[in-house]
Design a protein around this ligand. Structure first.
Ligand code: ATP
Length: 354
């Protein structure tokens, strides 16, 4: 168990900056998730921590010891790869023993450790099989066992669930989280799957273009996104382009006056979460006259998602908005082409300066 510190880490390939400048402190026993779109530098960051990629700049310390120049097997970090990277010609036992042999443990200790670890991931009795004689979920657990067998200070998971089907993925999420908690393992997981990140993490890091955009809890990122990128990446938002005319007063490029929470003045984008927007029939003047904003619009598209319904509304030739409502008895569900009103409180919007 140990704290992991990533200090000013960067990786350049020629002129291309895969990772620009990443600094993170992961507390002892914490489960941190790196989230971001494809190519943002998540995997490169994780591989630098594991020792598979040499950084161009920066340091990695585990439990206060600088491991930046150590090879992977000399840092006590267990890694699970996206494609599991099991050795196909080695048995399950031999795969799990691999890291222990690299560390030159006595044979008897290795056998005992392999047995214990396979029991931990519920694969006792599978030790003699080859990877191809296992299901995808079982192979994933062998990869996890191989990482855990070395009793790592730090567990590194690179999209460990992406090859599993949806149902299995949900089960394995819980299993990994329980094991991690029980063992008190400092863990960093990479994913581009928002739901996976939100359900597993103690804290999340949103990355884009080789940089950390924001670090925080699920709630921080959703309710107080640092910028437009985070607001659009964690959850969904409607973005209205325009100008902040005065604190609290925004005008869209389509000419709509909107009350908002926001200081200053100048070009900006207003972000509103779809579930904060209420809809109501125009005949009664809108969803709720008590809301700060109540604007007329026309329904362009309605999409049924089961428990929820998305209503896409045209507010002006250049302004559109999505309202998401619960599919309850008596809910007002307008039809395409119907004139309606949308409403939301000023506090439900966020303004990002451009
Ligand atoms: P994904 O979710 O698709 O795996 P990622 O965020 O993990 O994406 P990385 O694998 O870290 O992204 O790659 C970051 C960037 O660095 C990408 O644009 C990638 O093309 C580039 N890159 C990675 N490895 C190399 C390399 N060996 N040489 C040149 N460019 C590389």
């Amino acid at each position: 168990m140990a704290q992991l510190d990533i200090i000013g880490l960067a990786k350049r390939y020629g002129d291309f900056h895969a990772v620009r400048d990443v600094s993170l402190s992961i507390k002892d026993g914490e489960f941190l998730v790196l989230l971001g779109p494809s190519g943002c530098g998540k995997t490169t960051t994780l591989r630098m921590v594991a020792g598979f990629i040499e950084p161009t700049a920066g340091h990695v310390t585990i439990g206060g010891t600088d491991v930046t120049v150590l090879p992977p097997w000399k840092r006590n970090a267990g890694m699970v790869f996206q494609n599991y990277a099991l050795f196909p010609h080695l048995t399950v036992n031999e795969n799990v023993a691999f890291g222990l042999q690299m560390r030159k443990l006595p044979k008897a200790d290795i056998a005992k450790r392999v047995e214990e670890t396979l029991a931990l991931v519920r694969l006792s009795g599978y030790g003699g099989r080859l990877p191809r004689q296992l299901s995808g979920g079982q192979q994933q657990r062998v990869a996890l066992a191989r990482a855990l067998a070395i009793h790592p200070d730090v567990l590194l998971l690179d999209e460990p669930l992406s090859n599993l089907d949806a149902k299995l993925r949900q089960e394995v999420r819980v299993e990994i989280r329980e094991l991690q908690r029980k063992m008190g393992l400092t863990t960093v997981m990479v994913t581009h799957d928002q739901e996976e990140a939100l359900t597993m993490a103690d804290r999340l890091v949103v990355m884009s273009e080789g940089l950390v955009r924001q670090v925080g809890s699920q709630r921080d990122l959703y309710e107080r996104p640092a910028d437009r990128f985070v607001a659009g990446f964690v959850g969904r938002s409607t973005f209205l382009e325009g100008t902040l005319e005065a604190p609290g007063r925004f005008r869209t490029d389509g000419g709509l006056a909107v009350a908002c929470a926001g200081d200053g003045a100048g070009r900006a984008v207003l972000s509103v979460r779809p579930e904060r927007v209420a809809v109501g029939p125009s005949s009664v003047g809108g969803p709720n006259t008590g809301l700060d904003n109540s604007l007329p619009g026309t329904v362009e598209f309605v999409s049924y998602l089961g428990a929820l319904i998305d209503i896409h509304v045209r507010l002006s030739p250049s302004d559109r908005m999505v309202a998401q409502i619960a599919n309850r008895d008596g809910a007002f569900v307008p039809e395409v082409g119907q004139p309606i009103h949308v409403g939301w409180p000023a506090s439900a919007s966020q303004v990002f300066k451009e």
